[in-house]
Design a protein around this ligand. Structure first.
Ligand code: 4AD
Ligand code: MG
Length: 431
């Protein structure tokens, strides 16, 4: 008999019919001459009742012997049963084992560090399975939005010669004896792509040798970046708020059960609607000072500051117009104030903080050369980037969104590591 997915077996149309499912033993308990074995596959869980005299001797032996996480195949009658999880139960007729599992090392009272050590086994948990599904849906919806807006998806190199976001967080690569780095951002290359495609985006890993241990920093994360020719910073912000609203709406409408699993009320995301408030950098500093934080003009915001700025909010906000000296070299100077740049960071509400960093780029040769000198950047590593300002340069803007930061917010996770299957942080790159 052909196997069907558990979600299919749990449909009213299957009631009273025979079906075969296969998966892993999720839970098991004995009640006299009955075994209640809950089977899990990618689509859900289903309780199978195995009665000693309803299966053959081998089937009963298999069911008795198989431990949690054994891979199994069951054929039986699907019956509506209020007491079973999900309202349907399978009355087993055949029970075979693909592989008898050893004693599964994950039990109830294990530490967070242990769960990270056995991440390869813990990924099958309901929490991480649902995270992976939600993450996949969210990235699909992001892509939908980009396609809808006429953007091309492109692929940047990951091994590079030029840093994008400052030297302190670069991972070194020994490139056949020559120095190279793991990319911090695909942005500089996206700026090349727009000379051909005008509107382009990438979804690729970025790397930051982040020595900080926080709930929002990974050393390897997935970066959704956009760049568009002729866009000014305001156009980019408008695009960002519409994109974030779109994905929140789609997640709330299409996947409410996944959000609820994480304790996120879908109504919270339905309420996310563009436009988002704009807060000038100076006013953000003022807000922090009023809350008793020692901050002055020129300081950057840390995780605690972002919490104070967004803890009470229900919608994201933009913080705009940061001082030039705390932002990257490529950001365009504010024509109204040479100490500031045309940029905006999007802050997620409820204390989650920065999810997007974006800006208008310097597109004129002289201005870029001047900034690179000020920042003491090696001209030879950036020659190709500078070249773009020689051959038909146009104004342009773009941004980068951290996928894990976004998931942390919409699923309301305590820690960013639960938004990625195999988190890389300062003290971990195993498994
Ligand atoms: O603000 P960042 O550093 O900006 C850039 O890299 C620009 N080049 C992007 C661009 O304009 N194309 O990073 C962008 C976003 C942040 O807002 C955050 O969401 C995420 O990337 N991010 C991280 N996520 C997880 N762990 C880290 N260590 C991160 N660093 C940045
Ligand atoms: Mg940033």
């Amino acid at each position: 008999m052909a196997f069907i997915q558990i979600s299919e077996a749990m449909q009213p149309s299957q009631d009273g019919k025979e079906a075969s499912i296969r998966g892993w033993i999720y839970r098991k308990r004995t009640a006299g001459k009955m075994l209640f074995i809950v089977i899990r596959d990618a689509s859900g869980v289903m309780q199978c009742a195995v009665k000693k005299d309803a299966v053959d001797a081998k089937g009963w032996e298999n069911a008795e012997k198989a431990l949690i996480e054994s891979s199994v195949e069951v054929t039986g009658l699907v019956k509506k049963d209020e007491r079973a999880p999900g309202g349907y139960e399978m009355q087993a007729k055949e029970f075979s084992v693909t592989q008898f599992s050893e004693i599964f090392p994950i039990s109830k009272d294990v530490s967070t560090e242990f769960l990270l050590d056995v991440r390869h086994l813990w990924l099958r948990s309901q929490k991480l399975t649902n995270m992976m599904k939600a993450r996949d849906f969210a990235t699909r919806h992001f892509r939908e939005f980009f396609v809808k807006e006429g953007f091309w998806e492109v692929t940047p190199p990951i091994i590079t010669r030029a840093g994008c976001e400052g030297g302190s967080t670069l991972f070194n690569v020994d490139y056949f004896g020559e120095p190279a780095y793991l990319t911090q951002s695909g942005q500089l290359y996206l700026e090349v792509f727009i000379t051909a495609l005008e509107k382009a985006f990438i979804l690729a890993p970025s790397f930051r040798a982040e020595p900080s241990r926080t709930v929002k920093h990974l050393t390897e994360y997935w970066h959704l970046e956009m760049e568009a020719a002729y866009y000014h910073n305001d156009d980019s912000m408008k695009f960002q708020e519409e994109m974030v609203s779109y994905v929140c709406q789609q997640m709330a409408k299409n996947h409410p059960e996944l959000l609820q699993f994480f304790g996120r009320d879908p109504a919270d995301l339905l309420a996310i609607k563009a436009p988002f408030d704009r807060l000038e950098y100076e006013d953000a500093i003022k807000q922090l000072q009023e809350k008793g934080v020692k901050k002055e003009w020129g300081d950057d915001f840390g995780a605690e500051d972002e919490k104070l700025l967004t803890g009470h909010l229900k919608q994201p906000i933009f913080i705009t117009g940061y001082p030039k000296k705390i932002k990257a070299f490529y950001m365009k100077e504010d024509p109204k104030n040479p100490e500031k740049v045309l940029c905006a960071d999007m802050m997620a509400p409820e204390g989650h903080g920065e999810v997007i960093g974006g800006s208008e780029r310097i597109w004129e040769l002289d201005e870029l050369m001047k900034r690179m000198k000020e920042e003491k950047l090696e001209e030879k590593d950036y020659k190709w980037y500078v070249d773009l300002r020689r051959y038909g340069s146009v104004p342009h803007s773009g941004f980068g969104l951290g996928i894990e930061r976004f998931m942390k917010w919409i699923l309301n996770l305590d820690h960013i590591r639960d938004a990625i299957p195999f988190p890389r942080v300062i003290n971990r790159c195993y498994p």
